[in-house]
Design a protein around this ligand. Structure first.
Ligand code: HEM
Length: 606
């Protein structure tokens, strides 16, 4: 059955003809095989919602938490006075200086897991568009092109007053309007990942690639072994920044986008095989498919548990996550599904998640197993380039580094590599943080004060009122940057908001992340904590999934990890000591063992 990707509605025969004639059938619609209530989670995300079978698949629109705010339909929002707002680069350089900073509590595994987990529901296709297709947005010609939205550098820019750089290449988000998929006037950016946390970065590619993903034996995924290290297979993946060198890694089936994304992809692929091998041990009679699908279900449940019971509590404090309803207060089953809902992430989520660029380290420390510093690697040099990770024993030292290096600290400074280099070897200069604010406008998000109202039902009626949420000295800078408190961009509000209590992220970010993640959980019929989901786990199996943690994962599939702190998202401390991997609870696979039946085919009586 064919559905419109934009509206989720069925395509009528007359529409089908028109779509074919316009050559927009594939981009604008999706063919979904009839759904069965009892079937497992589909790789392409279809049939998660039985009422809206195409929702949750790739190439879908987002939900907008608040109505869009554009100028003249699809132009960037202006001040309430009607004047254009100040340039994103001017606002970024005024609010965030550049430098090195060190977080008090969190490790670099937090931004690391954060971006891997984002890739499960969000994509980077807009980046590919401006890197591969539209590289001329800073030329006179490019600036007239509606698809272009470059970052203009002010004359008195603190860095580029000394360089010849006056503009940084950037494009508008690709939307359904661009491809002619809807006449709806409100720009609807396209998402190209399944909308639920289903480890799609590990499993979605199954049907699309040259190198096979499954071995078709023992339920395992294809891997290759180099000098004793297990890797996902290398091939013709997307690695535009990798200088062609014989033997250099470029993952064929998995993302090469960023260093931590590459590392988590390696671990989750290995983890699948670890699960498959252990399931095969307790169930030697199982077929390849039985092992593969069970290992996949456990791997997905494991990632979901890490997200809701480890990552989000590290950001917001455990009690707050339980209070919000995102996590449960007990370890048993719970009903999370709302049959009226369907899986969809919010547009706000895609933007506010970029706040993590503030706590992203510019250099990844490489540490030996005792935690001694060996050397370091500039993170931006690994963007769309898995070469460095794959060389020598780099993954061994980067792993200990990711677990022990402090995250950067928000609200003090951003790393100059993210703020000035961005995409080395791919673009002349990119300020990722300025793009975060610029994209906020290009996505048509409403001002910060509207989100404070949405999240906390609080009216901010003046710059003075802002001081409840933003330190006075930052409010003073905001006054210089914006004419009216109702003009302040959401991103600028997040950059300056006070972080308080048990939380390590700004409250409005916490609210919008919780809202979107909750939406995906409510819309996910296959969420692992449901007793009634198709192929549900038993109670005992669920208790084993509760052991999921990053520390557990790196102990079982990391390279030469013998000791780790109990919670790898937090730095080593008295409360979070470094312990031997033997002390980290492991999954007991005997709970997956099926009762064995022995059939006697012939009895011989002597
Ligand atoms: C490892 C270092 C990182 C680098 C070099 C990096 C680089 C980039 C670049 C170049 C963009 C595109 C900018 C644009 O198009 O406007 C981007 C977008 C983004 N980044 Fe990062 N990033 C890093 C880490 C992170 C982390 C830790 C997170 C979150 C935990 C994150 C979340 C995002 C999001 C949500 C987007 C927008 C994606 C979209 O539009 O769909 N990034 N990043």
């Amino acid at each position: 059955v064919r559905y419109h990707r934009f509206s989720g509605e069925r395509v009528t025969p007359s529409e089908l003809e028109a779509l074919r004639a316009n050559n927009t059938l594939e981009k604008c619609t999706i063919d979904v095989l009839p759904c069965k209530e009892s079937e497992r989670r589909r790789l392409d995300g279809s049939c998660n919602s039985l009422k809206n079978p195409s929702r949750g698949t790739v190439t879908v629109p987002h939900h907008r938490v608040l109505p869009a705010a554009y100028h003249e339909g699809n132009q960037e929002r202006r001040s309430v006075s009607g004047k254009p707002l100040k340039l994103p680069r001017e606002i970024r350089t005024a609010l965030l200086c550049e430098g090195i900073s060190v977080h008090d509590h969190l490790t670099s595994a937090v931004p690391g897991f954060g971006i891997f987990s984002f890739g499960d529901v969000g994509t980077v296709h807009d980046i590919k568009f401006f890197m591969d297709n539209k590289t001329d947005c800073c030329t006179e010609q490019g600036q007239k092109d509606f698809r272009c939205a470059p970052n203009i550098i002010p004359e008195d820019d603190p860095v580029h007053r000394f360089s010849g750089i006056r503009c940084m290449n950037l494009t508008r988000p690709l939307d359904f309007q661009y491809f002619g998929c809807t006449k709806d006037p409100v720009p609807a950016p396209i998402e190209e990942a399944t909308s639920v946390y289903d480890l799609s970065p590990i499993y979605i590619i199954e049907d699309n690639v040259g190198v096979p993903v499954r071995t078709n034996k023992g339920g395992e995924l294809v891997v290759e072994v180099d000098n004793g290290i297990i890797w996902p297979p290398s091939g013709k993946g997307y690695c535009p920044a990798t200088p062609a060198k014989a033997g250099q890694k470029c993952f064929e089936n998995y993302s090469n986008a960023l260093l931590p994304v590459q590392m988590f992809a390696v671990w989750f692929v290995r983890h699948h095989n670890y699960l498959a091998q252990n399931l095969a041990k307790v169930n030697p009679q199982w077929s390849d498919d039985q092992i593969y699908f069970t290992a996949r279900d456990i791997n997905i449940a494991y990632a979901q548990e890490m997200l809701v019971y480890q990552f989000m509590p590290a950001l917001l404090g455990k009690e707050n996550v339980v209070k919000s309803g995102l996590a449960s207060s007990h370890t048993g089953f719970r009903e999370t599904y709302d049959p009226q809902a369907y899986p969809q992430i919010t547009l706000e989520f895609v933007i506010v998640y970029r706040w993590f660029h503030l706590i992203q380290n510019g250099v990844a420390k490489m540490l030996d197993s005792e935690g001694n510093y060996l050397r370091e690697h500039r993170v931006v040099n690994s963007t769309f380039n898995a070469g460095f990770l794959g060389e020598d024993d780099n993954i061994v030292y980067l792993t200990t580094g990711l677990l022990r290096q402090e995250a950067a600290r928000a609200n003090t400074g951003v790393h100059p590599d993210l703020a000035e280099l961005g995409l080395p070897n791919l673009q002349l200069a990119t300020d990722i943080i300025t793009s975060d604010l610029h994209k906020n406008r290009l996505f048509g998000l409403r001002p910060y004060v509207d989100y404070v109202k949405f999240c906390f039902d609080e009216d901010i009626e003046s710059f003075e009122d802002l001081e409840k949420r933003i330190p006075a000295e930052k409010v003073s800078i905001l006054r210089d940057l914006y004419e009216d408190h109702r003009d302040i961009d959401l991103m600028a509000g997040l950059w300056t908001e006070k972080i308080e209590g048990d939380a390590h992220i700004p409250p409005t970010l916490g609210c919008l992340m919780t809202d979107s993640i909750h939406r995906t959980i409510k819309g996910d019929r296959h969420w692992y904590e449901r007793e009634d989901k198709p192929h549900a786990m038993s109670y005992d199996q669920l208790q084993e999934i509760r052991k999921a943690s990053l520390s557990n994962m790196v102990c079982v599939v990391g390279d030469k990890v013998e000791k780790v702190q109990k919670n790898a998202f937090f730095q080593i401390s008295k409360e979070n000591p470094l312990v031997s991997c033997d002390e980290i609870p492991k999954i007991d696979f005997s709970y997956w063992a099926e009762t064995q039946y022995y059939y006697v085919t012939e009895q011989i009586y002597v």
